[in-house]
Design a protein around this ligand. Structure first.
Ligand code: CTP
Length: 406
């Protein structure tokens, strides 16, 4: 990549920037400017309410294009074709996206130009939600976001912080530079280096039922495995994602098999592995499950209570034993003697390489969006800095590419 292209990663790209009625609309000016600096041709579309937060004049000046609000220009009757705009754009970025606009998008309501354009757009769509913390956390909003994500809409997660309401929590629109980075990454052409390969990824936590109400599980969010599945699919692989319970949307182009217990995960992973070229064992699988599952809710009584557990299948070890020359990548989450324990697992489970997370590293591990890992194979260790889980996934998938190049 030449340096000019690196400096202007959106050169020649057409970005349609949709702005809706949130106080975060004031950040749209910076966003528009950054998109232009990155080389994009920007057209701006606003909902009528958003004009109360930021003036069309500001955005017309920054984008160097007239602003579109209505279906036709009231002055001269010129028609703003939502179909043509959707076709023109490489990416339709709606930032800020209010709860109201997200709900209408999810429901297919088209009562303004911005929404009509969404329904007719064939390009990639990205939303950057902005709203108060309770609106963001509300079941309806979360359901709408999930539905949009399942339809392939990219979501730039809002951030925690002080909100316009004075409250503090999650709902603040991501910063303009983060939104631009998201769009850049999405539009970056990935070479289909893994075309023709079929990989399985296990992700998330398993759930071992004790009775109809209680279960044994762990804190795994599934984010790391989902990021890997997404990255593999972007590079052309066929991906079967065997997933424990998580709230995450299925990444675009990935086949997802939902499971609950370690036993179910074992069966689904083993069946998919038969025909696969390799696997990435990212799930946090319960090592033990109750010997008996009570069909009715267990009642408390005086004294101690014992639940007898038995071992589950070690999915990774069993696939490792039958993998032959196929790829198998493992994960290790350790609290002490990290490297030694990870190396022992690498050998014992026949992994080609293992990704070590240390719970001691701040920012690494279960719930967050960042991770700090060391990649270990039989030749040595590669310690990566603290990174976004998506970037960690890129590094892991680059190693997988090298495996298949051999
Ligand atoms: N793993 C698996 N099935 C299990 C347990 C673990 O597939 N029943 C996989 C994990 O997905 C991960 C790797 O094995 O890739 C390491 O898991 P971990 O639980 O850390 O290893 P264990 O073998 O359980 O070792 P220990 O409990 O001694 O730490």
């Amino acid at each position: 990549m030449d340096s000019e292209h690196a400096a202007r990663p959106l050169e020649g790209r057409h970005i349609l920037l949709g702005i809706t009625g949130s106080i975060a609309a004031y950040k749209a000016a910076v966003l528009c400017r950054l998109l232009k600096t990155a080389g994009a041709d920007v057209r701006v579309m606003m909902t009528p309410l958003s004009k109360q937060f930021i003036t069309p004049l500001t955005l017309a000046t920054l984008s160097k294009n007239p602003i579109l609000v209505e279906f036709f220009d009231p002055e001269n009757g010129a028609w703003n074709s939502h179909v043509a705009l959707g076709e023109w754009a490489d990416c339709y970025l709606i930032a800020p996206a209010t709860a109201n606009t997200l709900a209408k998008m999810a429901a297919g309501i088209a009562d303004n130009l911005l929404l009509t354009t969404y329904l007719s757009a064939r390009c990639r769509v990205v939303v950057a939600p902005a709203m108060d913390l309770d609106m963001y956390a509300h079941h309806a909003t979360q359901q709408n976001l999930r539905r949009l994500a399942e339809q392939g809409v990219g979501i730039v997660e809002p951030q925690e912080g002080e909100l316009a309401s004075g409250l503090t929590g999650k709902g603040r629109m991501a910063e303009p530079h983060q939104i631009v980075a998201f769009v850049e990454e999405m539009l970056a052409e990935k070479k289909k280096t893994l075309a023709g390969k079929h990989l399985i990824v296990t992700a998330g936590a398993t759930i071992e039922q004790i009775d109809p109400v209680r279960f044994i599980s762990n804190h795994s969010s599934g984010k790391m495995g989902y990021a890997i599945a997404a990255e593999l699919a972007l590079r052309g692989a066929r991906v079967t994602l065997v997933s424990g319970r998580t709230a995450l949307p299925t990444p675009a182009g990935v086949e997802r098999v939902d499971v609950l217990s370690a036993e179910e995960m074992y069966r689904a992973a083993a069946a998919a592995f038969e025909e696969a070229d390799g696997g990435v064992m990212c799930a946090a699988v319960a090592d033990y499950t109750p010997v008996e599952v009570s069909p009715t809710k267990l009642k408390k009584s005086e004294g101690e209570m014992t639940v007898t557990l038995r071992r589950t299948h070690d999915i990774a070890a069993e696939l490792g034993a039958r993998k032959g020359k196929r790829l198998l990548v493992g994960f290790a989450l350790e609290t002490d003697q990290e490297a030694d324990n990870a190396e022992a697992k690498l050998i014992r489970k026949h992994f080609d390489f293992i990704v070590l997370n240390s719970l001691r590293d701040p920012g690494a591990g279960f719930r967050g969006d960042t991770n700090k890992v060391t990649l270990i194979d039989r030749r040595g260790h590669e310690e990566l800095p603290l990174m976004n889980k998506r970037d960690v996934a890129v590094r892991i998938v680059e190693r997988i590419e090298r495996f298949f190049e051999r």
